[in-house]
Design a protein around this ligand. Structure first.
Ligand code: SF4
Length: 297
């Protein structure tokens, strides 16, 4: 079917592109943080990162060699014409991007311990669905979940009485123990919810929020700021080699919860934060919001 082929081809190109070119807001934030560094080593590391990005563009190579396990977060209108074919389209787009981009082979079948060599496997790419009633649009966030930046991920349910101080301690404990492994400066996604399943999903969704935007709840936004200041004070700096800034941003997403518990989860994104956003219309025209220079060729 012509439309299926069109969407598959664009998504394959878009996934490959997003592995090579960082989102506009991430590039801008890295430049801002670099300009605030005085330590010679931190400055050199930022210069190396920017040189690395230029070469990725020039040589058509990935931004980081670890192109991650691919994840899609889909907000699909119930009237989007390819809703029934979408899972097949996204899976096929990963197969094609793996060859065409190319992407590193990052899908190992759990328990059987072999690499499929295709970046697809059982339930990989991960596809998370939200259905939007009445709409014919389809918004897709793509994410390359690298090994290092996935490593600090953790979720738990805090004891009654631990409160929001417990949430902050939970996040800070992870940052002081594993933050280093995730190639800072980091995007820190925090989910605060009623159970670990909801908190975990929210902490990943928090990584897709554009940098510089805050939780609409004033207290949550204040907690984001306090955490950002606290994590910066650890002094991780770029690549964990020391410096003024440790984070690109701290984003909290929350749901209501059972009165006696607070579930909290953390997901981290690294400096090579390869997330991208594309919005499809019902007539299969599309808009890319994360990368202004993306063109389908
Ligand atoms: S944490 Fe990010 S930058 Fe570091 S190796 Fe993994 S994907 Fe690459």
């Amino acid at each position: 079917m012509e439309n299926v082929e069109k969407m598959t081809a664009v998504m394959a190109s878009f996934v490959g592109y997003s592995g090579k070119i960082l989102p506009d807001d991430v590039t801008a934030k890295l430049k801002e943080l670099a300009s605030k560094e005085n330590a010679p080593l931190a400055k050199t590391i930022y210069e190396t990162m920017f040189k690395n990005q230029e070469l990725a563009k020039e040589l058509n190579r990935p931004s980081c060699q670890d192109t991650g396990a691919i994840q899609f977060f889909v907000k699909c209108g119930a009237k989007f014409p390819l809703i029934g074919e979408l899972e097949q389209i996204l899976r096929e787009s990963v197969l094609r991007a793996t060859k065409e981009a190319p992407l590193r082979h990052n899908s190992v079948e759990t328990f059987d311990e072999y690499n499929t060599g295709k970046n697809v496997g059982k339930d990989v790419p991960s596809i998370f669905w939200e259905i939007v009633p009445g709409s014919d649009k389809c918004e897709i966030d793509t994410y390359m979940a690298g090994g290092g930046c996935t490593l600090p991920g953790k979720a738990g349910v805090l004891m009654p009485g631990m409160g929001y101080e417990g949430v902050v301690k939970f996040v800070m404990d992870i940052m002081t123990s594993y933050g280093l492994n995730a190639c800072p400066p980091l995007v820190v996604g925090v989910g605060v919810a009623t159970s670990i399943d909801v908190a975990s999903l929210l902490s990943k969704k928090a990584l897709f929020r554009p940098l510089g935007k805050h939780n609409p709840n004033e207290r949550a936004a204040k907690t984001e700021k306090l955490l950002e200041d606290g994590i910066n004070k650890i002094g991780l700096g770029p690549q964990g080699m020391g410096g003024a800034s440790s984070v690109l941003g701290v984003h909290i997403e929350n749901s209501a919860r059972h009165p006696s518990v607070i579930a909290v989860a953390v997901n981290t994104g690294c400096w090579s934060h390869r997330r991208a956003n594309i919005v499809w219309n019902g007539d299969l025209s599309f808009t890319v919001t994360s990368h202004k220079d993306y063109k389908y060729e």
